[in-house]
Design a protein around this ligand. Structure first.
Ligand SMILES: O=CC(=O)O
Length: 333
C-alpha cells in the first residue's frame, strides 16, 4: 500500500477521486480502516507532518467535504481555514461539537448519523435501567468477591414492569426506548421540544413536571444551550428518593455536580450513565457507589452499528458528489 505524502494523498489514482478531508479518524476508521472509502481521496490531517493550519491551507480552496467524528469541535476558526467547504459528514448522532449557526451562515450542509445508532443506544438505555434497578453489576461484584457464601445478604432490586418512565427527548432514540419499555409494561411519558402527534404517550411541556410524575428519567435529547444542565437539582429532587436517572444523551445535560450530591445524600436511588460532563473524567464519588452503573460512552457502538455507519457515510458522500439528496441531512440548523 502506498504511504501518504505530506498532502495526505495516498496513490496515483487519488487525483481523480473526490477529495474528503478527515481531521481525526472517526471510530468507524479505528475499527474498520478506510477501505470502505476507496472511491474517495482521503486527506488525513493527522498523518501529515505539517501543522494543521498549514495542512489545511494546501486544501483550503479545493476541498468540499469533511468527514468527522462526534468529538472533534468544528468551530468558526476551523471553518475560516477551509472556505471551500460545502459538506460535513459527522459520524455522530449528537451535533454539539458543531457551531451550527456558523454552518448556517456559511451555507455548509451537514449529514449526521441520523437514526443508524438509535436501536443500539435504546438497548443500552434499557440495559442500564435494568442493571440499576436489579443491581446486576453490583450482584456480579458480590458473587466475584465470594460474598454469596457469607452472611452479607445481597439487597433486593426493584421491578421494572409498571415503572413510570419519563423520556426526555422523543427523537428517534427516545422513540426506540419508549417502544422497548412499553413492551416491559412500563408507563411511558415524555417531554420534547414539541408534542409528537404520532404517539399517544402523555406529553409534558415541562421537565420538572415530568420528573415529579416519574420513577425514572431517561435522557435521550441532544445537548444544546437550552438543554445544558436542564436536569438540575430541582428536577432531581422532583424525581425523588426512589428515582433513577439514565443518561445516554450527553453528560452536560445533567448538572453532574448536583447529580453526585443527590446520590451522595440519597436524594436519588441510582443512576445509569454512559456519558459524562468532562469525558473521560468520571467523578470519584460515583466510582464507589453500588447504585450507579457506569459505561464509557459506548452506547452507540456495536459491530453492527459501525458496519451500518460505514455504509451510511459512504452513501452520504456519494450522494453529495453526485448532486443527490443526502441520506441524513440535518435540517434545522
Ligand atoms: O454519542 C454518540 C453520538 O452522538 O453519536
Amino acid at each position: 500500500m502506498a504511504t501518504p505524502n505530506h498532502l495526505g494523498n495516498h496513490d496515483h489514482r487519488s487525483k481523480e477521486l473526490p477529495q474528503v478531508l478527515v481531521l481525526e479518524p472517526p471510530p468507524i476508521m479505528k475499527f474498520y480502516g478506510d477501505q470502505f472509502l476507496n472511491d474517495f481521496q482521503l486527506l488525513k490531517a493527522w498523518e501529515s507532518p505539517l501543522p494543521l493550519d498549514q495542512f489545511l491551507s494546501i486544501h483550503a480552496q479545493s476541498v468540499k467535504a469533511l468527514l468527522t467524528p462526534g468529538r472533534y469541535p468544528l468551530t468558526r476558526n476551523i471553518l475560516q481555514l477551509i472556505p471551500s467547504l460545502q459538506l460535513v459528514v459527522t459520524t455522530s448522532a449528537g451535533l454539539n461539537h458543531i457551531d451550527l449557526p456558523e454552518f448556517q451562515r456559511r451555507g455548509i450542509a451537514i449529514a449526521s448519523a441520523g437514526d443508524v445508532y438509535s436501536e443500539d443506544v435504546a438497548d443500552m438505555a434499557v440495559g442500564l435501567l435494568i442493571n440499576v434497578l436489579r443491581k446486576i453489576s453490583a450482584a456480579d461484584r458480590y458473587v466475584r468477591k465470594g460474598l454469596w457464601d457469607t452472611k452479607a445478604e445481597f439487597p433486593l432490586g426493584s421491578k421494572l414492569c409498571s415503572k413510570r418512565v419519563g423520556i426526555v427527548g422523543l427523537g428517534s432514540i427516545g422513540q426506540e426506548v419508549a417502544k422497548r419499555l412499553q413492551a416491559f409494561g412500563c408507563r411511558v411519558m415524555y417531554t420534547s421540544r414539541n408534542k409528537k402527534p404520532f404517539v399517544s404517550y402523555p406529553y409534558y411541556s415541562n421537565v420538572l413536571e415530568l420528573a415529579a410524575d416519574s420513577d425514572v428519567l431517561i435522557i435521550c435529547c441532544g445537548l444544546t444551550e437550552q438543554t445544558r444542565h436542564m436536569i438540575n437539582k430541582d428536577v432531581m429532587l422532583a424525581l425523588g428518593k426512589e428515582g433513577v436517572v439514565i443518561n445516554i444523551g450527553r453528560g452536560a445535560i445533567i448538572d453532574e455536580k448536583e447529580l453526585v450530591q443527590c446520590l451522595v445524600q440519597r436524594e436519588l436511588a441510582g443512576a445509569g450513565l454512559d456519558v459524562f460532563e468532562n469525558e473521560p473524567h468520571v467523578p470519584r464519588e460515583l466510582l464507589a457507589m453500588d447504585n450507579v452503573v457506569l459505561s464509557p460512552h459506548r452506547a452507540v457502538h456495536t459491530p453492527e452499528s459501525l458496519t451500518a455507519m460505514c455504509e451510511h457515510v459512504k452513501g452520504n458522500l456519494e450522494a453529495f458528489f453526485s448532486n443527490k439528496p443526502l441520506l441524513s441531512p440535518v435540517m434545522n440548523i
